[in-house]
Design a protein around this ligand. Sequence first.
Ligand code: ADP
Length: 217
Amino acid sequence: MTVLSARGLAKAYGETPVFSGVDLDLAAGEIVALLGESGAGKSTLLNCLAGLDEADTGSITLDGHDLRALDDEARSALRRRSLGFVFQAFHLLPHLSVADNVALPLRLLGHADDARVAQMLAAVDLGGLAARMPRQLSGGQLQRVAIARALVHRPRLVLADEPTGNLDARHAAEVLALLRRCALEAGAACLLVTHSERAAEAADRRLRLDAQGLHAA
Ligand code: ADP
């Protein structure tokens, strides 16, 4: 079953093209690595697929909905329900504890579930730090909070920008295993921007982005 389908996406900043001709299908349960040189447009593509940025042309279907035809409110609702996004810079809320950051997607859906939050914190090896504030965490710990937050509501699509970029080998392997469990158990499709060979090898397939579009790598 297709979770995300994009056709003919193109994006430029002013006169400078970033990418064009991007076609992509992500199936339920698969993990795909998105590779490409720095500046190739990987983060921009992820933002466009998430509806956080707008492509200049092309179509995006997420969970059966034409993303670009929705108004802002409907697009936000679809994003809250169906999408987990791991930002490269984490974007945790600084005034909320670790547990409250992870709980936020569930609260926004009206499904507060403390047991699920505790399960996700344990899954990223942060069970003991639930009450900490983000400023009291290392970069690797912040990244794991961001991953727990992105997965807590069992999204259909996970978009992650270098989700193991700040992690040591053990925690990187745990995060990849967690993403695999989400793919298997919740049928999530995962697209991971990565420069890590290990993360790319752990994916089901690898795509490379360049100015002409996406190609099998
Ligand atoms: P990657 O994630 O592959 O490193 P990015 O998506 O961050 O690449 O950036 C792609 C290109 O678009 C880069 O050349 C970058 O400088 C440019 N770019 C990104 N965001 C903006 C912006 N807001 N305004 C102008 N240029 C941008």
